[in-house]
Write a protein that binds this ligand. Sequence first.
Ligand SMILES: [Zn+2]
Ligand SMILES: [Zn+2]
Length: 184
Amino acid sequence: MAVTSRPGGIKITEFSSICQSCAMPFMKDEDYGTESDGSRSNIYCTYCYQNGKFTDDNCNVEKMAEIGAGMMSQMFGMPLDKARMFMQNQISPLKRWSGRIVPSCQSCGMPLFSPEDAGTEEDETPSYRYCVYCYQHGAFTEPDLTQDAMIEKSAPFIASQLEMSLDKAKEMSKVFTSTLSRWK
Ligand SMILES: [Zn+2]
Ligand SMILES: [Zn+2]
């Protein structure tokens, strides 16, 4: 199990809803990689990480984005250069490349890079689960929002950004948002 030492000796268990090397969303148990003692990795997928080691030591962000872009472009019908840009944005903040886990909003998927991106709990401390747009003062800003309604709202933006069809944008949004804890 991946454990990080924090100053003060408090150990926290790391977890992520996507692989922190290639950005693949974890859908099922078999998607997770393994540590050297055979236990399950909480942050890396089986394609990237086995027996406590990366399967490809010489990989870098560009190489990883290229592989991911090919798959995304085929699956969701977006131009390869847009897919490459999208994958670079997805992959470069991941722990393998940035050295830290950037939490993402478990409602909309937005990465929480800085405290200003984070929502607030009831006692006004920053939430590391939800972003400022989704969650304020310990409650969802839109408590009745459903996963489908959120997809409907975000799909036109994704479609125009990535030059893909609205249907494919919805499909892609569904895959990504389904790993978020608010919708599980
Ligand atoms: Zn991976
Ligand atoms: Zn959010």
